[in-house]
Write a protein that binds this ligand. Structure first.
Ligand code: PEP
Ligand code: MG
Length: 589
């Protein structure tokens, strides 16, 4: 039966594929593809885990004290029976052989299928056996976690070296940004999650994959089943499950249209971003890993405006990258950009970007009540001085290989500015003592909290540039958790208070003769290009996939006309409507 699920569009285009469901309780299970010649090994891991669990249950049975209730022995019998049931281990094998999932992923996929079958049973006794099944799977997963096989290192997960199958789309309750990273090189052609806001980090990473995605689709992971055919309409924020042939045909047509549109935009790659009145506009790229630099260059970006270095720190099970590893990563990014400037932000860990694989829901409920207001970004770095200095040393050393700029996230207090500059001075002194070479760097602060926007004059006495992180600036100005779909309708980039803070920051930086750019999601949304140009912005940083559409907008803009209208937009009750009438064009939000 065909059905529709509604959510928020976060990455454009149409994806059509079979659903791969990632159950919310299992997002901490590693998901990666195994190579063709690794399939047999993976099946053997599963067999070994099954045998070990059988022995474990056997031992439990043998050691049961005679006075133990008979139900316990019966329960263990059920567990053994489930363990050897073809529908569990046999069918799990199928996911490994056919889809090349690693054993843990295959098990959770099969658990998903079986759990639904249990849910649909009329007999309450049988329905309750689902809990037993989950316990057996937990035992298997525990065994697999201890068999010494480690997931592939960051940067090389999920590459499938075989083809000829149906395209796959990912459906999950929530995906931690760390897990999302694992999927970066995988074959998913679209994403749907139940929770999340437009600028949650999961959505941002989804956008960086440049594939259609819908978040905040509430019931999606409950309504969609493993292997269902799914259409993700990333423009409208709609997910169509098991569409009819006629609907499918319509979407295939739209898919072809958007591919044509993309090809057309790509032709702008080498066109300089200059407005009708001759203003050169700097279009920079946001990246998460050094490997993304290649996409940045191909997009036509003239540098990296934001390298979110925290992604190097994720999925490490506590083993954070040291100075040497970071140096290599930063140097790789700088060299890949071939002389173009690279702005690297020091770690912004915390809030909805935990170090490990926790999803936002887990974080919220199990860890901190209010992570967005907690120990994140520069606060975290300053609380870990030796780690912070190691990152700074790595950055300074990488600066010897090209034009590198360091950006500090979420600065709000002048005391933080001072502590940051002290840490940098100490990092330099340590390099001097060690006789290590390093290069010059420009320093910048992110403007992400209203306090910073109001303190920009004082901050700019210490920094060469500021970069406006609108994702957080909106979150903190409007007190809207950017990752919470329940309040996402109030997350409004057009809110006059937000526009005033952005405008003020741009104006002050220009008066003081310092650099200013926007690196939040607003910079990559053509709906905001005109209003940002009108405010005087000349430097935008966005995902590489957005560069061409923003450039198209820039090429059609006349900054003199736009600047003349900015006061009216800012004073309007509805700036969005005013901008639409003054500047024209489609206004997305
Ligand atoms: C922002 O807040 O706008 C930003 C660019 O940083 P992040 O999205 O990584 O928090
Ligand atoms: Mg931010």
């Amino acid at each position: 039966m065909s059905l529709q699920v509604f959510g928020m569009p976060v990455s454009r285009g149409v994806a059509i594929g079979r659903a791969v469901l990632i159950a919310s309780s299992r997002v901490d299970v590693a998901h990666y593809y195994v190579a063709l010649d690794g399939v047999e090994h993976e099946i053997q891991r599963l067999r070994d885990a099954r045998d070990a669990v059988a022995t474990e249950i056997g031992t439990l049975q043998r050691d049961l004290p005679p006075e133990a209730p008979t139900e316990i022995a019966a329960l263990l019998d059920v567990h053994l029976m489930l363990l050897h049931d073809e529908t569990l281990t046999g069918a799990t094998k199928h996911w490994i052989v056919e889809r090349h999932y690693n054993a843990e992923w295959a098990l959770s996929a099969q658990l998903e299928v079986l759990a639904r079958q249990f849910d649909e049973m009329d007999d309450p006794y049988l329905r309750e056996r689902k809990a037993d099944l989950e316990q057996v799977v937990e035992r298997l997963l525990r065994q697999l976690a201890h068999d010494g096989d480690v997931p592939p290192p960051l940067g090389v997960p999920g590459v499938r070296d075989f083809g000829g199958e149906d395209p796959l789309v990912l459906v999950a309750n929530d995906v931690a940004p760390a897990d999302m990273l694992q999927f970066k090189k995988s074959v998913f052609t679209g994403f749907v999650t139940d929770v999340g806001g437009r600028t949650s980090h999961t959505a941002i990473v989804a956008r960086s994959l440049d594939i259609p995605a819908v978040v905040g689709a509430r019931e999606a992971s409950r309504l969609i089943r493993q292997d269902d055919w799914v259409v993700i309409d990333g423009d409208a924020g709609v997910v169509i499950v098991n569409p009819s042939e006629i609907v499918l045909e319509e979407y295939r047509f739209r898919q072809r249209q958007s591919e044509l549109e993309r090809a057309r935009l790509n032709r702008l790659r080498h066109t300089p971003a200059v407005t009708l009145d001759g203003q050169a506009i700097e279009l920079l790229a946001n990246i998460e890993l050094p490997d993304d630099a290649a996409a940045a260059v191909t997009s036509g970006a003239v540098g990296v405006g934001l390298f979110r270095s925290e992604f190097l720190f994720m999925n490490r099970a506590g083993d954070l990258p040291g100075e040497e590893e970071q140096y290599e990563a930063y140097r790789a990014a700088v060299q890949a950009m071939g002389g173009l400037p690279v702005t690297i932000r020091t770690v912004d860990i915390g809030a909805d970007k935990p170090l490990d694989r926790l999803s936002v829901n887990e974080l919220r409920h199990e860890h901190q009540l209010n992570p967005a207001l907690g120990l994140r970004a520069i606060r975290w770095s300053l609380s870990e001085p030796s780690m912070f200095r190691a990152q700074l040393r790595a950055l300074l050393r990488a600066a010897a290989h090209g034009k590198l700029r360091i950006l500090f996230p979420m600065v709000a207090h002048l005391s933080e500015v001072r502590a940051t500059l002290d840490a940098l001075a100490r990092a330099r002194a340590q390099l001097d003592d060690a006789g290590r070479a390093y290069g010059p760097v420009e320093l910048g602060a992110m403007i992400e909290v209203p306090a910073a926007a109001l303190m920009v004059d004082q901050f700019l006495q210490h920094f060469d540039f500021v970069s406006i992180g609108t994702n957080d600036l909106i979150q903190y100005t409007l007190a809207i958790d950017r990752a919470d779909d329940a309040v996402s309708h109030l997350y409004d980039p057009w809110h006059p208070a937000v526009l005033h803070l952005i405008h003020r920051t741009i104006e002050r930086a220009q008066v003081l003769g310092k650099g200013v750019s926007v690196c939040g999601e607003m910079a990559g949304d053509p709906a905001f290009t005109d209003v940002l140009l009108a405010m005087g912005l000349r430097s935008f940083s966005m995902h590489p996939s957005r560069v061409a559409s923003v450039k198209q907008r820039v090429l059609r803009a006349d900054t003199r006309r736009l600047a003349a209208a900015v006061a009216r937009v800012l004073a309007a009750e509805s700036p969005a409507a005013e901008a639409a009438s003054l500047f024209g064009g489609a206004l997305l939000n």
